[in-house]
Design a binder for this molecule. Sequence first.
Ligand code: HEM
Length: 813
Amino acid sequence: MLLSLSPASSLLPAALRRPGAYPPAVSRHSLAIKSALNKDSPTPKADNGSPPSAASKPSSWVSPDWLTSLTRSVTLSGADDSGIPIASAKLEDVSDLLGGALFLPLFKWMNEYGPVYRLAAGPRNFVVVSDPAVAKHVLRNYGKYAKGLVSEVSEFLFGSGFAIAEGQLWTVRRRAVVPSLHKRYLSVMVDRVFSKCAERLVEKVQTAAISGTPVNMEETFSQLTLDVIGLSVFNCSFDSLTADSPINFLCKIIPRQVKAEKAVGVIRKTVEELIAKCKEIVETEGERIDKEEYVNESDPSILRFLLASREEVSSVQLRDDLLSMLVAGHETTGSVLTWTLYLLSKDESSLKKAQEEVDRVLQGRLPSNEDVLIRRATVPDVLPGDYKVDAGQDIMISVYNIHHSSKVWERAEEFVPERFDREGPLPNETNTDFRFIPFSGGPRKCVGDQFAMLEAIVALAVFLQRMNFELVPDQNIGMTTGATIHTTNVPDAIWAGGSNSPLSASQILAVIRSSSSSSSGGDPENLQRILRMLASYGVFEEHLVGSGERKYSLTDVGKTLVTDANGLSYADYVLQHHQDELLKAWPLVHEAVLDPSVEPFARANGEPAYSYYGKKPEMNVLMLRAMSGLSVPFMRAVLDSGYDGFAGVKRLVDVGGSAGDCLRMIMGKHPNVTEGINFDLPEVVAKAPSIPGVTHVGGDMFEFIPTGDAIFMKWILTTWTDDEVKSIMENCCKALPAGGKLIACEPVLPKVSDDSHRTRALLEGDIFVMTIYRTKGKHRTEEEFRKLGQLAGFPHFRALYIDYFYTVLEFQK
Ligand code: HEM
């Protein structure tokens, strides 16, 4: 689920702010929640506060491959003598299973066939369980019911890890690992890890709340929980919240995708290196566990505990056990946080209560101190209710069904936090008699349950303490199964995490349907008509296959529309250009020729674009997303390209730096830049968050620019006339020492007009500036920039082409 951040106070309805409700030391920003699963589809029906019917993203780390093998086995068959009714699986239900919206058909069949039914027959079939008593029987009798299919298909990821191991190996390893998660360890984690990471998350989204940039909260929570689990298990910061960590791809291991095995290889290697390093330290220090609840003060990790406990264990086994924790403890908690926020956003009174509780309990300080469960019967058995199962029978306990069944819970489909007594104990399988089993139950119950509860409570408390949020209307929030990426649109569906395999229009629709949990529709013929047209524009490549079927993959242009880990792509830029108000300006483009004193946008809409955007939060958000979609990949490309322009710079001034994000990125990459000056209009810097090493300075660049060793700016010169550009550059020149550099990143037109995509996009951008922002603002050629630089006092000039959109222009004194 994407959360889209709305601009902070000034552009938000007052109702979203919480004046005085929290201690003055803590200020809450506002944000809006948005799912990008399907931008064009209608709002989900779940306005009663309960999640949309298919909208429970299972936290399973089980490979979706098992769904495929399940689907293969789904066929209709005759009756048997087990007393278990057989559900008839229809083709459309099966395609839901493939796509991942598993809970829809399982829930539907529960209502049709009762709490225990058989899903088809054939070489393999499942008995689906939605009854707490039966679940209790299966989960408690681990000797009679093994993990079965789940172990088989997850082995590529978990290896021999204890999360899927069976028998003696599981007993020994579980016994070795569980003591590491003791009470004292958890309380150290609350202070050292859970609170700190939650604070970092809030810091990250605050920047976006101020600038109005939407944030993919599902990704953000996934990054949080990855950071938490990395620090807790290995004492290793993956820094996925704050930086582009190389391990970030862990956020999206997609077993379904071709590259999964390669990714698993990288993760295994990373874990092996962490173990080797820690082992060396433990050996050198001769460390040994000397008391119960042992914690190494400098390195309180689970890895350190396990090594210091001196259990006999092979390094591969240890690696796989730790990998089990890493994977099992990552997406699960992230998913819980995402859905909790979603539910709270739909239920104002519960949100208010939760925020009041957080304010009351914390008083401004930091907090201190769905799944299906698969089993296989190993012996013949009779389940409560007199259902017979044979040895080898696969069983699927639907946690979702038990939690949503009206036979098990009153008002089962509603979000009623009060159903659990606040003063009473936390609900678990024992005190609810297996009616509430998010962590399973019996001997193979989750080992991280206390860890996850504390982590989620701390993260939620810190988040609610500092943020307001609301759900952006008109969007569809859906679910997929497994550790997944959420495909949302045509380019994402084809890209599928990097595969870019050609797909037909029907296949693309099937992927989109499954990720948006919409079971109906989409017209493949009309989609294909659009795809053909866009293929002629070079967005897609068309492949004619044997039967005359057309399939489409992405070209380099098409790839710019694929959503990245931060939910960004060039797609928002395209969407932004096609908003009604902007389109209204295009028929007036000739006016820019006849009378350039007023922009066509202002003629069409009665006022200039920026002040108009300011009054329309949704336009402003899209504009900011569009800018981020261009700027973030550009900044990454520049910083990763080995560009040497920041070498030797200590004090760097970012002119028009907004919230300071570029400085943050540059300073993160170039530690020699120790002082950042974020220079923008006073009202803009007033809302900028504090960034270590960065001073926010408000002012007018036509009057003065703060001094520095170098000056950076991005998309500034383009919107001003030649005279204005000269005047800005003169002020830069004054602020720089001899030999100092102005580094300006702007779109640059080629000298000759040709029909390449790049030239067309740049020329279209030029007319866009003329029509929407400034009639005499413009895209310029290298030569025009060089001349303007010379006039302003910069004799030296070079242009570096690193990215599709912006060119790096260096003007040196
Ligand atoms: C809200 C978050 C979490 C949920 C909902 C969750 C849920 C579950 C469930 C349902 C199982 C049992 C699967 C089965 O019976 O087949 C399980 C097992 C497991 N979980 Fe969690 N989990 C969460 C967080 C964590 C965390 C944070 C860790 C690690 C610190 C963790 C580590 C494990 C391990 C190692 C197992 C396998 C245990 C075994 O087979 O002996 N989980 N989890």
